[in-house]
Ligand binder design. Sequence first.
Ligand code: DC
Length: 231
Amino acid sequence: MPEPQALHIAIDGPAAGGKTTVARLVAQRLHLLYLDTGAMYRALAYLALRTQTEADNAAALRRLCEAGCIRVELDVTAPMGFRVFAGETEMNDAMLQSKEVNAVVSTIAAHAAVRDAMVAAQRAVAAHGAVVMAGRDIGTVVLPDARVKIFLTASVDARVARRRAQLASAGIDAGSHRLEDEIAERDRLDRTRAISPLAPAREAHVIDSSAMSADQVVAEIVTIVERARAV
Ligand code: DC
């Protein structure tokens, strides 16, 4: 008999739409491992800044990826629910969410060479078994056979409020961030890039979370997963 396919749950959506919070809670509820793939692109952006690699220098960014500089470990006990390393340095929320990283990460994530390396690393993680993976292209590119695909959206206002709270919990003062402009610009870059632009997979369940609590979104996703498991 063929092995039953591992339970892969893809949660995609725009910046600050609540994906990471919800994906982590869904993983906890279902006792699954969890990976926020945005953290991998952010870790590369952090490393690029530290090594003074320009965000538009695709060849130099490719070399950083090929040298295995960005590494993840799935570990539900870690502060972020998984660990991500840039070189030898373990990243934390404050490093990944800084204004400097935000300013360059979408440009860095648009390079084909960067995406190829990240997608390969993410598929290698999924090959180990069940996982809840959050990102932009998980349902469309990374795990096109995922059992459940969710596309989580929310209004810009709701996302600005969430991003402010997320920054505050990382100890970052959002006062100097022009959050609305930042989110609108990242949406534009993510949706219009040539490779793997942000878009719902054809079979994705689209959830607009603007007026929903995280718990309500989690409950809806868990119901969708239970239904898919029963088939
Ligand atoms: O989800 P986030 O805001 O942490 O993502 C940071 C950046 O990485 C964002 O500009 C889009 C990009 N990203 C991507 O292109 N593909 C993914 N699977 C995850 C994130």
